[in-house]
Design a protein around this ligand. Structure first.
Ligand code: PRP
Length: 185
């Protein structure tokens, strides 16, 4: 493992743990969609880019990828949960088998919003996958494929960021409180 940045408190999920679990999820998804002519994997930018690319490469079924970008107003437990589109899909999803791929379910607002929005476009089927979920925090949104439950701490790495940093770390780690409580940041 390369040098761990100073702002990291501890590694929660190592690269090996993540890759092993992604392989298991890919095998399960490949089995579940064995009879489907094409699976459209939709990655939620920016965070899902790593999970989507690793998962997509490990599938053993015909698949294509597309991306969507949204942002939510506020991340606190008391936020409105309002989600705003930044970028829509390139291709229509009507009549297609769709798998929505998220890096993290935190409050659950983003996934709930996207599930509702995509369902309204009448896909042949719609399922959801997330690598990690903060189970103590998230609202009750249905996940078909989940990598790991994690504690309610600020996590970075493997697509997850703090101020757009740390996304490319190959592991998921807890960020030190001092990193996001620094004056002026
Ligand atoms: C993060 C993450 C999820 C969402 C989860 O995205 O990638 O999409 O938050 O949070 P929620 O369950 O509370 O809705 P963010 O809005 O930070 O954008 P990013 O992926 O571009 O960092």
């Amino acid at each position: 493992m390369s040098q761990i940045p100073a702002d990291i408190e501890r590694v929660l999920l190592t690269e090996d743990q993540i890759q092993k679990r992604v392989g298991e999820l890919a095998a399960q998804i490949s089995r579940d969609y064995a009879s489907v002519d094409n699976l459209v994997m939709i990655g939620v930018l920016k965070g899902a880019f790593m999970f989507l690319s690793d998962l997509a490469r490990r599938l053993e079924i015909p698949r294509s990828v597309d991306f969507i970008a949204v942002t939510s107003y506020g991340k606190s437990a008391h936020s409105s949960g309002e989600v705003r589109f930044i970028m829509d899909l390139r291709e229509p999803t009507m009549g297609k088998h769709v798998l929505l791929v998220e890096d993290i379910v935190d409050s659950g607002h983003t996934l709930a919003y996207l599930h509702h929005t995509l369902q309204g476009r009448h896909p042949a089927s719609l399922r959801t996958a997330a690598l990690v979920r903060k189970s103590r925090r998230s609202m009750d949104v249905h996940l078909d494929y989940l990598g790991f439950e994690i504690p309610d701490v600020w996590v970075v790495g493997y697509g997850l960021d703090y101020a757009d940093q740390y996304r490319t770390l190959p592991y998921i780690a807890e960020l030190k409180k001092s990193a996001y409580e620094k004056p002026g940041r």
